[in-house]
Design a protein around this ligand. Structure first.
Ligand code: C2O
Ligand code: CU
Length: 484
C-alpha cells in the first residue's frame, strides 16, 4: 500500500523555474519581480509569485543532518539549518517576510507556512504541483508573505513524508497589541520520537486505533512512535521552561507530530487558553487540553506554586510513551515534583474568538458535505475507495475532484467522520469559524464525529484542504479547493 515516500502531494509537472529563482535570489534582499514566462517554463498554471520589499529576510537550508535527541539517540534525519526543531522564524504582525529556502536534500522539497493566510500570495503556499514546482536538489526558492494573522504558527515541508524526517520549525508572529499581559514566553514543539525513515504502515490493533483493536483489518498509518518529544527532548533529559513566582508565562504549543493527538496538563497549575491557531480568544481557564496535529494553542501559566513541575504530554490513542518537560521556577534545581491535575478539559465550544469572521453568520451560500473515511473494506457503513487509502467522499487524492467555491461566497464545510480515528482537518489560505472559534485546523472526532465550519471565500487561488495526519494525507485524505 505504501507509495513512494518521495512523491509530492499532487502530480509533478515539468517546469524549470528553480534556476531562475536561484539566480534572482543571489541578488540579495532587493525588491524584484520574476518574469512570467521568460525562463522556458511551460504553461503550467502555477500562480505568479509576487515579490516586494521585505521587512525581514531569513534563509533556511534543508539538508540531511544528524539529529541528537536529548535523552535518546542520534540518528540521520532531515533538518532546516541542521537543527531540530528548525530555527524560529519571527516577525511582527503585518510585516513582509522573505525566506530563501535552499534545498541541499537528495530529493525535491517545498516549505508550507502553516497558519499564514497568504492573501494574494497563493504562489507562496508551498504545495508541490499545486502552487509551485517543487524545489529540486541544489536549487533555491524565495518565499515571501505578509505576517498575518499574528500568533503561533509553524513551517514544514509539504512533500511526501518529509515532515516526519523532522523538516519543521516554529513561525511566531507577534501581535502589535496583545490582549493579555505576560512576562515571558516559551515555544513548545510537540512531536513523536521516530528515529527511523518514515513509511506508510498498516496500523492494526493499538497505535492510533481509537479503541478499535478488536475489529481486525488495518488502516494505513504511521510507524509506531518510540516516545514523545518536547523541543527534541525525551522525559529522561527534559526541556525546561523557566518561570518566577508571581510571573505570567505564555506557552506557545504547536503539535508538529505527524500522527499523534496529545493531551497536555501541568501538575499543580491551570492553563489559561488565550489563542487558538493564532488568533486571540477570550481567556478560558482549564486543567488540560487536547491538541491535534497541526493545531496550536497559546496559554498563560501563572507562577503561583514554586517548584519543578512536570508539563505532561500524553499521546491519545497511541501506545507511545508520554512526553514531559519541566516548568522550572527560578532558583530551583534537581528533582521533579509531583502534583495533581484537575479534570476540566478544554472543548471547542469553550473557545470564543475576539474577532469573529465577518460574513459567516446565518445561512451559507454554499454548503459542502464531506465524509471522512477509510477506503475499501475498512470503510465503515459503506465507504468506497481502495484498501490502503483514506478518502473524502469516497475519493483518494490525487484521484479526487476539486472542491469549487466562488469569490465572495460564505462557504460551509460539514464534515462527518465514518472512521474510528480523529482527523485534524486543515484548510490552507483561510481561517474558518467553527461555532465561535476562528481556527485553521480542527479535529473531527472518530466514530461518526461531526464538525462544521464556515469561511468567506476571500482569497482566490488554489488551496489545499487535508487531514494533517501525515499518513492519512499521504494516502489520499486531501482535496484541492479551487476558486471558480
Ligand atoms: Cu501544515 Cu497542508 O499543512
Ligand atoms: Cu486523518
Amino acid at each position: 500500500m505504501s507509495r513512494d515516500a518521495s512523491s509530492p502531494i499532487g502530480r509533478r509537472r515539468a517546469l524549470q523555474i528553480g534556476a531562475g529563482v536561484a539566480g534572482v535570489a543571489g541578488l540579495g534582499a532587493v525588491g524584484f519581480a520574476l518574469g512570467g514566462d521568460g525562463d522556458g517554463g511551460t504553461a503550467a498554471a502555477y500562480p505568479e509569485p509576487e515579490y516586494g520589499d521585505p521587512d525581514r529576510t531569513y534563509r533556511l537550508t534543508a539538508s540531511e543532518h544528524e539529529i541528537d535527541i536529548a535523552g535518546g539517540d542520534t540518528y540521520d534525519g532531515w533538518t532546516y539549518d541542521g537543527s531540530y526543531p528548525g530555527p524560529e522564524i519571527r516577525a511582527l504582525e503585518g510585516e513582509r517576510v522573505r525566506v530563501v529556502v535552499e534545498n541541499d536534500l537528495p530529493e525535491e522539497t517545498t516549505v508550507h507556512w502553516h497558519g499564514m493566510t497568504l492573501r494574494g500570495d497563493n504562489a507562496m503556499d508551498g504545495v508541490p504541483g499545486v502552487t509551485q514546482e517543487s524545489i529540486a536538489p541544489g536549487e533555491e526558492f524565495v518565499y515571501e508573505f505578509d505576517a498575518e494573522p499574528a500568533g503561533t504558527h509553524w513551517y514544514h515541508s509539504h512533500v511526501g513524508l518529509q515532515l516526519d524526517r523532522e523538516l519543521l520549525g516554529p513561525l511566531v508572529i507577534e501581535e502589535r497589541n496583545p490582549h493579555v499581559e505576560y512576562d515571558a514566553e516559551h515555544t513548545l514543539i510537540l512531536d513523536e520520537y521516530l528515529p527511523e525513515e518514515p513509511r506508510v504502515e498498516s496500523a492494526d490493533g493499538t497505535d492510533g486505533m481509537g479503541g478499535m483493536g478488536g475489529m481486525g483489518g488495518s488502516f494505513p498509518g504511521a510507524p509506531p512512535a518510540k516516545g514523545t518529544l518536547v523541543n527534541g527532548a525525551l522525559p529522561s533529559d527534559p526541556a525546561e521552561f523557566g518561570i518566577a513566582e508571581g510571573e505570567r508565562v505564555r506557552l506557545r504549543l504547536v503539535n508538529a507530530a505527524a500522527a499523534t493527538t496529545y493531551a497536555v496538563g501541568i501538575d499543580d497549575h491551570s492553563l489559561t487558553v488565550t489563542h487558538a491557531d493564532g488568533p486571540a480568544v477570550e481567556p478560558v481557564t482549564v486543567d488540560t487540553l487536547e491538541i491535534g496535529m497541526g493545531e496550536r494553542y497559546d496559554l498563560i501559566v501563572e507562577g503561583t506554586s514554586p517548584g519543578r513541575w512536570p508539563i505532561r504530554i500524553a499521546p491519545i490513542d497511541s501506545v507511545a510513551p508520554a512526553g514531559r518537560a519541566i516548568l522550572a521556577y527560578e532558583g530551583t534545581t534537581g528533582g521533579i515534583d509531583e502534583g495533581a491535575i484537575g479534570g476540566r478539559r478544554l472543548r471547542y465550544p469553550d473557545l470564543r474568538s475576539l474577532e469573529p469572521i465577518p460574513g459567516v453568520e446565518g445561512s451559507s451560500d454554499r454548503t459542502i458535505d464531506l465524509e471522512l473515511s477509510a477506503g475499501g473494506t475498512m470503510g465503515m457503513m459503506g465507504g468506497s475507495g481502495e484498501d490502503g487509502e483514506w478518502t473524502i467522499n469516497g475519493q483518494a487524492f490525487p484521484d479526487a475532484d476539486p472542491i469549487r467555491i466562488e469569490e465572495g461566497d460564505h462557504v460551509r464545510f460539514r464534515m462527518r467522520n465514518r472512521s474510528p480515528m480523529r482527523h485534524p482537518m486543515h484548510l490552507h489560505g483561510h481561517h474558518f469559524q467553527a461555532g465561535e472559534v476562528v481556527k485553521d485546523t480542527i479535529t473531527v472526532p472518530g466514530h461518526m464525529g461531526q464538525i462544521e465550519f464556515d469561511f468567506v471565500a476571500d482569497n482566490s487561488g488554489t488551496w489545499l484542504f487535508h487531514c494533517h495526519h501525515l499518513y492519512h494525507m499521504e494516502t489520499g485524505m486531501v482535496r484541492i479547493v479551487e476558486y471558480e
